[in-house]
Structure formats: structure tokens, C-alpha cells
Design a protein. Structure first.
Length: 300
């Protein structure tokens, strides 16, 4: 037997043995000893954290959206001259609606990614990787002209490695990038969005409790009450600009609207990068690296 055929036989036997060891679970156990299980748990914990934060933002956005919609439904004045003063909050309500929709998609995407991680790990060690190794073992012996099984076996093996190694590695890499870059921007934006209800009750609350009756400790009038008073002045024929600006309210409301919209857009951008952009880029980079490695190893 010449050296080429001996090499083919040795490679075939080695690949078949590796396929058998992987199929019975020994490869997964060996990887667990060198830290594979810790990487999987780290990836799972990070995905849970992203899902938790997405749910927090979703609930805050939907709460703000519903509260503003309720305020917008309030009418001021007689039917012939009615007004809806809270429609000034429409930009915030609209962006909160978009934020809530995006967070629902983010939660579903993160959950799907975690399911793919768990299921991919199980089916890859049990079937995909062993099947790819068997095809690669048979490839040197089953050659039909220019057709060979080697590219098929390499493709199947790459898929198995992406699901078992590439996916959790990409999630862990994203975790460390996110912790150092993204999450520093998350907390201020989330706090700003989650405080919308309190802001509506207090930030634009208007005057302090009346000095004539300080014992009652009455709360400042709400934003809705203040807006109603402005529109009451408009209905009485006062100048529109003076009716709003004499209380110094328009600048305050403009700043508040800008702040809330900016925070909501910041959250949308952060989750877009964290849930969609970074996983795609890191996953593709690892796929290309694994494919190049496999092709180099099994090159004829």
C-alpha cells in the first residue's frame, strides 16, 4: 500500500472515530472540561439580561403611550369650540409607540437566538457534526469525475461548528463589547423614558401649594390641568403666544419633549445595534473564519 492510500485510510479512520466520539457525547464532555459549558452559560446569561432590559423598556414605553393617549382623549371647552390640549404630547406618544413595537421585536429576536443556541448545541453534537465528519471521511473514496463530497461535508461541518462554537462565542464577544460601549448609554436613556409618568405629574406641575392654605399640602396641578388653563385663556380671546409664554411653560415643555424623544431614539438605536447589527456582524465574521479553517484543514 503506497503512502497516499495509507494517508487516506488513516484520515478516514480518524474522521470516523471522531464522528463516533462526537455522536456518543464524549466531545461535548471534553469541551466542558476546558470551559465550553461556562461559555454557554455566559451567553445564556447575557441573552437573559438583554431580554430583561428590552421588556423593561417595552413596559415603560407602552405605559407612557397609554397614559398620553388617555390624556389626549380629554376635551376642554364646549362642543363648538372643543380642544384637546394634551395633543402637544403627540411626538412623545408616537415615538413611544415605535419604541414599544421595536422592543417587542427585540424580545422575540433575543428569545429566538437563545432557543437557537440551545437547540443548535444539542442537534449539532448529536447529528450535524458527526454527519459532516462521515461525509468528509467518505469523500476521498467517492469521487465521480469532478464531483466530490468534500465541499458538502465541509459545509455541514461548518454549520455544526457555527451552532456549537460560533454562536455562543459571538454572543460572549458581544457581551463584552456591549458592557464597555453600549450599556453606559442605556441607563440614562431608560431612566428618562421610565420617568415619563412622574414627569407628567410633577415636572410640569405648575405652581407650588397655595400659601393661603399650606396645611392641606395640595399637590401641584398636573400638566393636563396646566394645559387646560392655557387653552381656557385662548378660548377667552387672549393672545395665543402670551397665554402660553406668560407662565414660562412653552420652553419647559419643548425641552421635555426633546429629552423624551431623544432618549427613546437612543434606546431604539442601542437595541438595534445590540440585538441585530452586532450579532449579525460577529456571527458572519466567525462563520467566515470557521469556514476558512475547515477548508484549509481538509484541503486535498
Amino acid at each position: 500500500m503506497d503512502s497516499i492510500k495509507k494517508r487516506k485510510v488513516a484520515v478516514t479512520i480518524g474522521l470516523l472515530l471522531l464522528a463516533l466520539i462526537t455522536w456518543i457525547g464524549k466531545t461535548e464532555q471534553l469541551l466542558g472540561i476546558v470551559g465550553y459549558d461556562a461559555v454557554q452559560e455566559d451567553a445564556h446569561g447575557y441573552l437573559l439580561d438583554v431580554r430583561r432590559r428590552a421588556l423593561e423598556v417595552f413596559l415603560a414605553a407602552r405605559t407612557a403611550d397609554g397614559l398620553i393617549a388617555l390624556m389626549e382623549s380629554v376635551q376642554v371647552g364646549p362642543v363648538v369650540a372643543e380642544a384637546r390640549p394634551a395633543t402637544i404630547l403627540e411626538p412623545v406618544r408616537e415615538v413611544m409607540d415605535h419604541l414599544g413595537n421595536m422592543m417587542s421585536v427585540s424580545v422575540i429576536s433575543v428569545e429566538a437566538l437563545d432557543i437557537l443556541r440551545r437547540v443548535g448545541m444539542r442537534i449539532s453534537f448529536a447529528s450535524i457534526i458527526p454527519f459532516g465528519l462521515v461525509i468528509l471521511a467518505a469523500a476521498p473514496w467517492l469521487v465521480f469525475g469532478r464531483f466530490t463530497l468534500r465541499p458538502i461535508g465541509e459545509g455541514i461541518l461548518v454549520i455544526g461548528l457555527v451552532l456549537t462554537v460560533g454562536l455562543p462565542a459571538a454572543v460572549c464577544a458581544e457581551k463584552y463589547i456591549s458592557r464597555s460601549v453600549i450599556e453606559t448609554e442605556y441607563d440614562p436613556a431608560y431612566q428618562d423614558v421610565s420617568h415619563i409618568k412622574g414627569d407628567l405629574d410633577s415636572r410640569f406641575g405648575g405652581t407650588e401649594p397655595s400659601a393661603a392654605d399650606p396645611a392641606q399640602g395640595a399637590e401641584p396641578p398636573s400638566l393636563l390641568s396646566r394645559l387646560e388653563s392655557w387653552f381656557a385663556k385662548l378660548k377667552d380671546g387672549s393672545n395665543a403666544v402670551r397665554a402660553v409664554t406668560e407662565q414660562g411653560g412653552m420652553a419647559s415643555i419643548t425641552d421635555w419633549l426633546n429629552s423624551k424623544v431623544e432618549s427613546a431614539l437612543t434606546l431604539m438605536a442601542l437595541f438595534l445595534v445590540e440585538v441585530f447589527v452586532m450579532p449579525s456582524l460577529l456571527g458572519y465574521a466567525l462563520y467566515r473564519w470557521l469556514r476558512a479553517m475547515i477548508v484549509a484543514v481538509f484541503a486535498p
